[in-house]
Ligand binder design. Structure first.
Ligand code: SAH
Length: 373
């Protein structure tokens, strides 16, 4: 049952939980105990938290809850990629998160908003419009679900990496995302190293500046075009924060921090941004920034007005930059047999009646965002 007047402890990081327990007349260390139960052992029933007194457990049940979005559907691809569809507003909205297993790591691609405001011209999430920000609880629930799902299947390690590359712009939901990141990295929760948590942004410059001193997470920047004229068209946010400001913010993030590096993302759109001239411009732009460049072959979806660049152009582009010392990798699409290839995270919305009907029939085509990192 949804407990409207109870506080959902899934929204609180360690500092928040300490404050909560102190407010209840308890010692702050209860926060660590609770985090271990919920996030490490996957126990969400207060009654089972046996290192807390019966009276504390009872009072927790009275005032608090641990509330997850409902799991609507899961899909598994032949290559091991999986995705989960989660209900975040009754039956009205759903979001997706995607799991990408690789030899040495297991990456979870997480959503930060229901829909997106940015309206990038090649992105299918943009076509869904924007509904709302996710809460910290809804963000961390994606990790909880995937991680404990894997452990329950007998896997030793669970999730090792998180990328905020699902639906939405994480830096436009700054506080909720940063609180969730705290929990991902907390030793009493998922204990992921900051380097293994990546925030991907289309270039919200003021929020990038806030990140500089706040955290050490890995930063990915969706560049997609090497000049303002083209980027204005592909990533309309560029009209607000043009390339010069964006590149300056990238410098601020890495300069003076030896181990920091930016990952630039560049979607390969046939005849749009994939010429050698674009590669030349791009090289000039990012030379001197400690970085890695990911070329993402465009993944088409119904109504997309772009095509993916052909292999030859992608390779020519990659080689031009690699020859000039930029670490450049072409990403491999994963999970395409469950429509989970990169860049199509669509979820499900109330107003998309065709899709929701398909879902009820179990035939639903859902997009997913997969990156082979
Ligand atoms: N808003 C954030 C995170 C979500 S998008 C951002 O812009 O970075 C994650 C990445 O997938 C971005 O680089 C985005 O541009 C890319 N992407 C979106 N649609 C795509 C598509 N159809 N094919 C390939 N990549 C896509």
């Amino acid at each position: 049952m949804l407990a409207v007047d109870k506080i959902n402890l899934l929204n609180l990081n360690r500092v928040g939980l300490e404050r909560f327990f102190v407010g209840c007349g308890e010692k702050p260390f209860r926060a660590k105990q609770l985090m271990q139960w919920v996030h490490q052992r996957g126990v969400t029933d207060f009654a089972q938290m046996t290192d807390m007194s019966k009276s504390l457990r009872d009072s927790l049940s009275d005032q608090a809850c641990i509330e997850f979005p409902r799991l609507v559907d899961t899909r598994k691809s032949a290559d091991g990629t999986r995705k989960w569809l989660l209900d975040v507003d009754g039956v009205e909205n759903a979001i997706e998160c995607v799991l990408i297993p690789e030899k040495s790591r297991t990456t979870l691609c997480i959503s930060s908003q229901v829909g997106c405001t940015l309206n990038c011209s090649f992105c299918s999430t943009a076509k869904q419009g924007f509904n709302r920000n996710l809460t910290t609880a809804e963000i961390i629930a994606q990790l909880h679900l995937a991680h404990h799902g894997l452990l329950a299947e007998g896997q030793q390690q669970g999730i090792t990496n998180v990328v905020m590359m699902g639906m939405g712009e994480p830096l436009l939901n700054f506080d909720a995302v940063m609180t969730a990141v705290d929990m991902m990295c907390d030793d009493f929760a998922y204990a992921l190293s900051k380097r293994r948590v990546t925030i991907s942004t289309a270039g919200v410059v003021p929020a990038m500046e806030k990140l500089v001193d706040n955290t050490d997470v890995s930063l990915a920047v969706s560049l997609h075009a090497p000049n303002d004229a083209l980027r204005d068209e592909l990533v309309p946010l560029n009209r607000k924060y043009p390339i010069r400001e964006l590149i300056k913010a990238c410098h601020s993030y890495v300069d003076g921090y030896k181990s920091r590096k930016i990952t630039f993302e560049y979607v390969m759109l046939k005849g749009v941004n994939d010429s050698l001239e674009h590669a030349r411009e791009l090289n000039k732009l990012i030379q001197g920034i400690p970085c890695k460049l990911n070329l993402i072959p465009f993944n088409p979806y119904p109504q997309a007005k772009y095509k993916c660049s052909d292999e030859k152009s992608i390779d020519r582009f990659r080689k031009y930059l690699a020859d000039r010392g930029i670490i450049t990798v072409t990403r491999r699409a994963r999970g395409d047999d469950i429509d989970a290839a990169c860049g199509q995270l669509a979820g499900q919305f109330k107003d998309r009646s065709r899709r929701s009907q398909e879902y009820q029939l179990g035939l639903g085509e859902i997009g997913g965002m997969i990156h082979a990192h």
